[in-house]
Design a protein around this ligand. Structure first.
Ligand SMILES: Cc1cc2nc3c(=O)[nH]c(=O)nc-3n(C[C@H](O)[C@H](O)[C@H](O)COP(=O)(O)O)c2cc1C
Length: 152
């Protein structure tokens, strides 16, 4: 199979004082724009940090990433990995969202257990470093209590 799906992952620090509406709007833009450009992926928010994987056509992923880089709702972006894979890891989501924050729970768009086993399955036939990081993240945090950061 050809390695034709480009993927890119990064971590970043959320800006101080992000409100519920900021998260809602980020996901709204992500779902809308990613759908138009056939981009899929996941965004995780935990303890004031974002982790994101974007996947799709290289030019489209990079053009979205250019926007994300200058977005003032976060900073200290550190790119973790970019490269090609044979298939998408998140084809069911324009942008899956998982938060470890009580106030943001209603924005999550998948069931925790289901998603965790989904990740394990994907990992078994891939050498995707980002996915390994994400799975480790879930291993560390899967049973963690949700925290409240007073996001309103
Ligand atoms: C953590 C984070 C993740 C984001 N993820 C996406 C994304 O996956 N797709 C996207 O189009 N915009 C994403 N954005 C928003 C972009 O930075 C930018 O605001 C948006 O693409 C502008 O498009 P709009 O004018 O249609 O809202 C993200 C922003 C942040 C802070």
């Amino acid at each position: 199979m050809l390695k034709e799906i480009f993927h890119l992952s990064y971590v970043s620090t959320a800006s101080e004082c992000l409100k519920f509406d900021d998260f809602r709007k980020i996901l709204e833009s992500a779902n809308h724009n990613n759908n138009e450009k056939n981009i899929t992926g996941i965004l995780v928010y935990c303890n004031n940090h974002f982790f994101q994987i974007l996947e799709g056509n290289k030019e489209d992923v990079l053009s979205i990433y250019e926007n994300i880089l200058v977005d003032r709702r976060h900073d200290n972006l550190i790119k973790l990995q970019e490269g090609y894979s044979e298939k998408r890891q998140f084809e069911r989501w324009e942008m899956a969202f998982k938060s470890y924050n009580t106030e943001l729970q209603q924005l999550d768009n998948f069931n925790n257990e289901e998603f965790y086993s989904y990740l394990k399955d994907q990992l078994s036939d891939s050498n995707h470093v980002s996915l390994k990081i994400l799975t480790d993240f879930f291993d560390l945090n899967g049973n963690a209590q949700l925290v409240s950061e007073n996001i309103h």
